[in-house]
Design a binder for this molecule. Sequence first.
Ligand SMILES: Nc1ncnc2c1ncn2[C@@H]1O[C@H](COP(=O)(O)OP(=O)(O)OP(=O)(O)O)[C@@H](O)[C@H]1O
Ligand SMILES: [Mg+2]
Length: 511
Amino acid sequence: MTLPEPKQKHIQRIEMRDIVKRFPGVVANNKVNLQINAGEVHALLGENGAGKSTLMRQLYGLYRPDEGQILVNDKPQVFHSPADAILAGIGMIHQHFMLVPTLSVAENVALGLQSSHEPLLDLQNVSQRIEKLSQAYGLKVEPDAYIWQLSVGEQQRVEIIKALYRGAGIIILDEPTAVLTPQEVNDLFVTLKRMTSEGHGLVFISHKLHEVMAISDQVTVLRDGQSMGTRPAKGVTRDEMVKMMVGREVKPLAPQPVQTGEVCLQISGLRAAGDRETEALRGVDLNVHAGEILGVAGVSGNGQRELAQCLAGLRKVTGGRILLNGQDITQASLQERMAAGQSYIPEERMRDGAIREFSVQENLFLRDHAASAFTNGIFLHFARMAARTREVIQQYSIKAPSAETPIKNLSGGNIQKLIMARELSRQPKALIAAQPTRGVDIGATEYIHQRLLEQRANGTAILLISEDLDEIRTLSDRVAVMYEGQMMGILSRDEASVETIGLMMAGVAAT
Ligand SMILES: Nc1ncnc2c1ncn2[C@@H]1O[C@H](COP(=O)(O)OP(=O)(O)OP(=O)(O)O)[C@@H](O)[C@H]1O
Ligand SMILES: [Mg+2]
């Protein structure tokens, strides 16, 4: 027995009309209109919390609109669940993936499919079709690999294959590039182009405007739950998009050089194992001075993650030393490092930095609950904590109905901002910041960059690990390029051109 051959469901047009969606304390979508056409990429723009994911979750049947209509090929449709939306030909790649780590690629793709009354899934058959799709759309995956073995980029390709496998005609991609390296973004765009030429209609959500300009046909901007209108992408400039989203202009920063101090963070000969048997760090040497931002660039998977984890005390160091102002912290725990004056902004903020069921305020004080300003004898000082929470919400323009809201109800970018706020509000001697603005909107990126520069002016030694070359080049006093677990070299601000960094990222030594 084999599964029925999946066919792409052809959708000429989807219309969302006057969509209203309310949550306690917020109107997430307020009379939004959106039309998605076959063969086009439709970009959905807006600040964190503007209502992009909410709008798309209704199209995918995860939420029901409070008001308004969804029409597929001019026929009104009601989706009670994603199963209904999938049946109608809609697919969605989520901001946070939903694969089962302990199952293989083929098993994940087959999961939930009607398996033609077979007790055992015909996995070989599934694998063959995965390979066909993978070739047709340029999506490299191994059907037999387990999800836990895959990089995020690979997992995303599995999600896309899964949607294609189910015959999706319209595919929603919610911030697909936020987790990808520049090279992976290029590959994804090749795939997206193939999809539109095959007649798929795509919704593309991103905070990176150069990507939106490179790939989109139409652009719709949401602000505070309302649509600011739809325009052909060709006719809109970057500055116009920013103004429609934010309501004001946001220009890239131009930091001034500052006097750097003594070496604060001293890393020598650092070695550590990786997750996949290989050695991830093969002797890393770095010195970060007080009042300096040292940027670490590199294609993801070259040891940056492991370096951050070693510095945070979350991964075992197998060789070498880490000194913080002369104190050996190589084997110290995260708590001991914090006591010694180090702060850490983890890359996986959802997993390592926050507790989803806890409120905004609880997450803000997750690590500081013993700080003296907020304690009164053995009791926590709730009034002061509440005041501080209000201040942070305002400073970082965090969109949350209240300080008591569990953070699982916040938009993706707003959770990021909250953790940033917590870690930046300390006055650390050394700060390890991994991908600090990933998934964060333009206005908040500007704010976070300003805060990092402020910390630098206050004499903090900052190690900035980022895959965003613009971010690295804007902020860093020096740039270290990582390749296969070692530093290829360190560039001064003036030497750090995109071309030079790019070559070193590919393993070509600077001459
Ligand atoms: N399940 C929920 N319960 C309560 N409020 C919610 C829920 N989901 C979203 N919200 C609220 O609705 C608003 C819109 O959120 P949404 O996730 O759609 O934003 P977004 O535009 O996708 O933002 P981001 O760029 O940060 O991902 C936010 O104020 C958010 O807090
Ligand atoms: Mg979102």
